[in-house]
Design a protein around this ligand. Sequence first.
Ligand code: COA
Ligand code: ZN
Length: 312
Amino acid sequence: MSTLTPPAQVDIVEVAPRDGFQSIREPLPTADKIRCIQALIDAGLTRIEIGSFVSPKAIPQMADIGEIVAHFAERPGMRFSALVPNLKGAELALAGGIRELVFVVSVSESHNRSNVRQSVADSLAGLANIAEKLRELGERDVRLRLDLGTSFDCPYEGRIDWRQVDAVLDGARNATQGIELEVALCDTTGRATPYQVAEHFTRLKERHGESRLRWAFHGHDTYGMGVANALFAVHHGATALDAATAGLGGCPFAPGATGNTATEDLIYALHGGQVHTGVDLARLLDAADLIAALPGGQTASHLRHVPRDRVG
Ligand code: COA
Ligand code: ZN
């Protein structure tokens, strides 16, 4: 009888500083954010989505992003990324020293309009401008990640078929020709099931398998499917998983959605299969406690509530 072979290694992308912090209405002191990010680094996380370069009117919590990025400049071995919704955000991020842009566009028209106040076609035109800018710069160390929001479910339009994701991905690839992409299928509402995740990854990899895409999964745990969805994604081609320590979060533009899958819960599952993540679980739980103590945050984590001597 064959058993499931886990991959040797998975990239964990910590998104609490972006997807998590943005869910807290009252701006947090910059020093508190920096302390939490440092604790995440101390736990061994090397890929961190550190925040977003967005309109401070849309997300006041991100108004201090420049200061935070400057604080963590020149950290060898770290791969900090930042979310951008348009060319202006990309220019500010690059000027601030960010070397990995996360461009966000939703598959569903109505979510894209509520999130970034423009049509999907306008977002893709913005992506083309960013790609042009990156080609002009010609800097080999700058990376581009594409976050395809509402890839499984939309709070306004319901279930999303993989063919709808395929259409937006086609548009995005046209806009970014010649640039390597990591594509994240985002379960913005947390309503996906593992079988839907398997179907989307399988079909999209069939359609885009010949290209040099890397695949990622960004999950929320609203329906308790987060870890299962992430594992199905890994076993169907994802090499990177987004997660938020302490399960902090909830999308302000996706009513009812809770935080991302807790990084500690995901790490526990992966380490159970001897998958290398580089993360020290005990230290990650210290970071989770720090994050959970932030005023105004909503957290959701299983592992944080297990007696510490039963973890590991
Ligand atoms: N960073 C900082 N400021 C920005 C910006 C960016 N990336 N993009 C636009 N702005 C500024 C403009 O300069 C303008 O400033 P002003 O009023 O002082 O002149 C203001 O924001 C409005 O710009 P406009 O181009 O008209 O944008 P908009 O009001 O239609 O909003 C977005 C569009 C995309 C800028 C805004 O909806 C946004 O930032 N959304 C982010 C949402 C998000 O982060 N969601 C969660 C992540 S999934
Ligand atoms: Zn999210």
